[in-house]
Design a protein. Structure first.
Length: 187
């Protein structure tokens, strides 16, 4: 499924603390940015008797929650990854792959919901000019589709660590490669 492909996505090669921490931090920072945009949308006045206003509010609200969860999970994962011994990073990442992928899943959901809320806002705000209303809606739908297709293509074409054997994941010139079978047996 789509979410499983996101959760399994990891680059091949040597997983090290820098790569893991960069992935965690980048996701958290981008989630904070998008979550902030969605939060600012909640400051407007909404007519809760209007279905479109309720839809805008709910999509913005869930986007804020998803992005905030992504940020908080990223912060906790960063702390955990930063406290690991260098020799334990690969085994820890593999044994915690689902939780390590959670910030990205939440961020993707938050982004798509934020884009949907923006498309709905423009549809509501432009109701007096039908041509521009549907033009803005089309652009919003295209943005959401582009984001979803980009995620799908990137995930489909990015090799995963799960596809590589432990020996393939470590470069032959790496002096730690001799220690890998022992680390894999303890994981």
């Amino acid at each position: 499924s789509f979410l499983k492909s996101i959760m399994a996505s990891r680059p091949t090669g040597v997983m090290d603390r820098e790569r893991l921490c960069n992935d965690i931090v980048n996701t958290g920072v981008m989630a904070a940015l998008i979550g902030g945009f969605a939060l600012s949308s909640l400051q407007a006045s909404y007519n809760m008797d209007s279905s479109i206003d309720v839809a805008i509010y709910i999509t913005s609200n869930v986007a804020v929650h998803a992005c905030t969860c992504s940020c908080l999970t990223s912060a906790m994962l960063y702390r955990a990854a930063n406290r690991l011994d260098d020799d334990d990073v690969v085994a820890w990442e593999r044994s915690h792959r689902h939780i390590v992928s959670l910030p990205l899943v939440k961020f993707a959901c938050g982004c798509l919901l934020y884009l949907l809320s923006v498309a709905l806002m423009s549809f509501r705000d432009l109701q007096s000019t039908v041509v521009w209303q549907y033009t803005a809606l089309t652009i919003g739908c295209m943005s959401m589709a582009m984001a979803a297709v980009s995620i799908t293509i990137i995930l489909a074409q990015t090799p995963t660590l799960a596809a590589a054997s432990p020996v393939e994941a470590i470069a032959p010139s790496d002096p730690k490669s001799a220690d890998l079978p022992e680390a894999a047996s303890t994981a």
